[in-house]
Design a protein around this ligand. Structure first.
Ligand code: FAD
Length: 457
């Protein structure tokens, strides 16, 4: 049995694993990542990149259709799919491997599993870590038991399919379900979206309501408040029975009902952890239930925020913490964003963008909050952006500190507006100071001024 030593060993070369290794190397350490599939992870090949490559043309056509005087914008599905394939590099990772080489990060291909304190096995090889082991193995799609026997699509097929099924039923009204409904209905599928609750139910209700209306306008059959009670497949046809007794037939069914951690079979019991569990971490990404302080977990696998940008942020925090501790110091920077200040954009029809806490979450956290809302369509920039612009902004203010703790925007083109809100929330910019951040006229960002005026400034 061969053995190699590195300062840091990372399990998984997704966006998180790549970044934690990079940060450790920048901090003067040696690092190896172990990858069982493609360097770049879910995000590059079956999630963010291909899904947004499918959705951007949909957004362009929808925006063009909302401006009088613009005609002729339409999708060419084969070209959209071909463009998508350029973003996934035809599911080859040569470019990302080159990046690893340039960043002086070693790569071992194979399935990694912990085999004891600071030890990782890959086939016959044992890797030993001088300072830290980082688990960044990500998540898999969660397939509800009712769908297990009908060979459902998961997010992987939904982002990599080579053609649109004639009829697609999507089970799950969260981000993946809503985004894929927008994409595949525009690409030619007749889509039924089945959701147990309201759409996007972790966000303020108006966001899901606008998206439900937008998807219906786009031809999606949106059914909320229903679940799948049975499913069967005969040849090319899947039949779902909903719990209100209605049958739904389709050629493909997409399970978009959440994620499950890829932590089964990676040797967690060898260090005293339960197989297949989410990993709980402190604010430097160190796993809380393991002695010795050598095991870290970043990205999806710690369940703090299942988003690429948050995984990469945690990777920076984690890599810096490992490098600091290796040098005998405590880390200067720890995670202040993952639990309460997470930005997110949902690329649906229309877009939804949010950061921080909802009013319910802020109240549950013991804050005295005030909620202010404004119709984005009233500002000149929105009227110019789309005829009959429909959209809303909601600001959640911590009344005791007079700072914004959460902001949600729903409407065409709002995705690019969220970073201003992230700066306000993370920077805890006092409202009286924010009032002097003058939005340019005539942009949609004037909604900031209107929200502050509605608040009473
Ligand atoms: C359809 C869809 C769309 C999404 N869109 C967005 C978006 O627009 N923006 C956004 O921010 N987030 C988006 N996400 C979420 C995003 O994809 C994840 O948050 C992100 O990929 C997590 O990165 P990660 O590095 O933690 O895990 P992953 O990207 O899952 O990478 C983990 C890597 O570890 C490897 N691995 C696993 N087990 C082992 C093992 N035992 N040994 C060796 N290697 C192993 C895997 O092969 C994989 O390469 C989307 C998700 C889905 C499903």
């Amino acid at each position: 049995m061969a053995s190699d030593s590195y300062d840091v060993i990372v399990l998984g070369a997704g966006p998180t694993g790549e970044n934690v290794a990079d940060r450790a190397v920048r901090g003067g350490l040696s690092a190896v990542v172990v990858e069982s599939e493609l360097v770049g992870g879910e995000c590059s090949y079956w999630a963010c990149m291909p899904s947004k490559a499918l959705l951007r043309p949909v957004g362009v056509v929808s925006e063009a259709a909302a401006v009088r005087g613009v005609t002729g914008a339409r999708l060419e599905p084969a070209e959209v799919l071909a463009r998508r394939d350029t973003f996934t590099h035809d599911w080859k990772d040569d470019g990302q491997v080159e990046w690893l080489n340039g960043a002086k990060i070693s790569l071992v291909r194979g399935h990694a599993r912990l085999s004891g304190e600071r030890l990782v096995s890959v086939g016959d090889v044992t890797l030993a870590a001088r300072h830290a082991v980082v688990i960044a193995t990500g998540t898999d799609a969660l397939v509800p038991p009712a769908l297990a026997g009908v060979r459902p699509w998961t997010s992987r097929e939904a982002t990599s399919a080579k053609s649109a099924p004639s009829r697609l039923v999507i089970v799950g009204g969260g981000v993946v379900g809503c985004e894929m409904a927008a994409a595949w209905s525009a690409l030619g599928s007749r889509v039924t979206l089945v959701s147990r609750g309201a759409l996007l139910d972790r966000l303020p209700a108006f966001a899901g309501e606008l998206v439900a209306a937008g998807l219906r306008d786009a031809g999606v059959d949106v059914r909320t408040g229903v679940n799948v009670s049975a499913a069967s497949r005969a040849g090319g046809t899947v039949t779902l029975t909903l719990d209100d007794g209605t049958p739904v037939e389709a050629d493909e069914v997409l399970a978009a009902a959440g994620r499950t951690p890829k932590t089964a079979g990676i040797g967690l019991p060898s260090v005293g952890l339960e197989d297949g569990t989410w990993l709980s971490v402190d604010d430097t990404m160190r796993v809380t239930d393991v002695d010795g302080g050598w095991l870290y977990a970043c990205g999806d696998v710690n369940h703090l925020a299942l988003l690429t940008h948050m995984g990469k942020y945690q990777a920076r925090v984690c890599g810096d913490a490992i490098a600091a501790r290796a040098a005998g110091r405590e880390p200067a920077v720890v995670d202040i964003a993952s639990r309460t200040r997470v930005p997110q954009v949902v690329f649906t029809l229309p877009e939804v963008a949010a950061v921080g806490l909802t009013a319910e979450q802020a109240t549950a956290a013991g804050l005295r909050v005030r909620v202010v809302e404004y119709e984005i369509g009233n500002v000149a920039g929105a009227k110019l952006f789309a005829d009959g612009y429909q959209g809303r902004a909601q600001m959640v203010v911590d009344e005791d500190r007079r700072v914004i703790v959460g902001l949600t925007l729903a409407g065409p083109g709002v995705g690019e507006m969220i970073h201003a809100a992230t700066i306000a929330v993370v920077g805890e910019v006092p409202l009286d100071l924010l009032w002097h951040a003058v939005p340019a006229y005539p942009t949609m960002s004037e909604v900031w001024l209107r929200l502050l005026e509605a608040y009473g400034l």
